[in-house]
Design a binder for this molecule. Structure first.
Ligand code: NAD
Length: 348
């Protein structure tokens, strides 16, 4: 099977491609703009395979997309390319609208044009987030596939818009679409602007650990390799027109996550303990959602998916990976983005 993956040099996309190359016979074409968030180093192993091709380009480039479909004739699309960092979407939403909305539109049109009239088991899999559902109160039931959309940040609004486009292309044009909405991912190769690597790195460097507000915001956490497995199942067995909520059944407050990181650092670097003394509460993010939680009954019951990693084991693996790969994140920290060094003011 030939699969076009977009955003495959990112955190989740690279985990998907590593699995596809290692564990299947599928051919993978990775279209990625290689923005600041890309980590092509995470694909070194895949890059040695004749079944893997990297194409550097923009998912909004309709001529390029037409050429890619023509040249590679993919039967499946896994669409992950996106601007993904909520804080950046608040500071500058334009790129989020362009890539997340117009990029999805361009890709839907390219798939429609190429697949129309061509026989085959085609599938357009859109990878989305639970943030499209908005924020839960403490006593509310977890998000499910039927939860109404209520996005609160420019990022989640752009992802919600793209989910709606995907649905409409399925309903209107009969494009064989499927969408998955997942909770917060964590694991190796996550760009060091997201909560877990930000806190770990600050702890290692002996700087304040910047926790938003009071740190009571709740998130569900899923190890990235478990998400990648879920995505492969949805791609291979997901029902056309259906959406699947994916989550780790691991609801934790941000402050609990930060404390767990401190406890791990205390074990690994007892000479610097206690790391909790570095916790520092910073002004909350505007429109900060209080709670996300996922009811993953559908993907478990219909596709037989189960996460393999608990939050505790996955977190320990992740933190040890960052401790061992210091050169990688240090290199990223030293690069400049639009004249600025990577900031570590607050994160999630
Ligand atoms: P990421 O930011 O790590 O990677 C995004 C990738 O997309 C990068 O390699 C980047 O170069 C590429 N890209 C950006 N703009 C592009 C464009 N215009 N054309 C082509 N490529 C472009 O993101 P991630 O964390 O791996 O997330 C991947 C997808 O999963 C996103 O769609 C995101 O919304 C969704 N998602 C993420 C999470 C999470 O916790 N990280 C949770 C649920 C859903």
């Amino acid at each position: 099977m030939k699969i076009l993956v977009t955003g495959g040099a990112g955190f989740i996309g690279s985990a998907v491609i590593r699995q596809l190359i290692r564990e299947t016979e599928h051919e993978v074409v990775n279209l990625d703009k290689l923005t600041y968030a890309a980590t092509p180093e995470a694909l070194e192993e895949a890059a040695g395979s004749p079944r893997y091709t990297l194409v550097e380009g923009d998912v909004c480039d309709r001529a390029l997309l037409a050429r890619l479909f023509e040249e590679h004739a993919p039967e499946r699309v896994m669409h992950l390319a996106a601007e993904s960092h909520v804080d950046r979407s608040i500071d500058g939403p334009a790129d989020f609208m362009a890539t997340n909305i117009m990029g999805t539109f361009a890709l839907l049109e390219a798939a429609r044009a190429w697949w129309q009239g061509r026989p085959g088991e085609h599938r357009f899999h859109h990878i989305s987030t639970d943030e499209v559902f908005g924020s839960l109160g403490a006593a509310d039931p977890a998000f499910r596939e039927t939860t109404p959309y209520a996005p609160n940040s420019p990022y989640s609004a752009s992802k919600a818009a793209s989910d709606h486009l995907v649905r409409a292309w399925g309903e209107t044009y009969g494009l064989p679409v499927v969408t998955s909405n997942c909770s917060n991912n964590y694991g190796p190769w996550q760009f060091p602007e997201k909560l877990i690597p930000v806190m770990l790195i600050a702890g290692v460097e002996g700087r304040p650990l910047p926790v938003y507000g009071t740190g009571e915001n709740m998130r569900d956490w899923l190890f990235v390799e478990d998400h990648a497995r879920a995505l492969r199942l949805v791609l291979e067995k997901g029902a056309v027109g259906r959406s699947y909520c994916v989550g780790g059944n691991a609801e934790r407050s941000n402050i609990a996550v930060v404390r767990a990181i401190c406890a791990h650092l205390d074990q690994r670097r007892p000479e610097h303990a206690p790391h909790e003394r570095l916790i520092s509460f910073v002004t909350d993010r505007p429109g900060h959602d209080a709670r996300y939680a996922i009811d993953a009954t559908r993907i478990r019951a219909e596709l037989g998916w189960e996460p393999q990693e608990s939050f505790e084991t996955g977190l320990a693996r992740t933190l040890d990976w960052y401790l061992a790969e210091r050169d990688w994140w240090q290199g990223i920290r030293n690069r400049r983005y639009g004249g600025e060094r990577l900031g570590l003011s607050g994160a999630e």
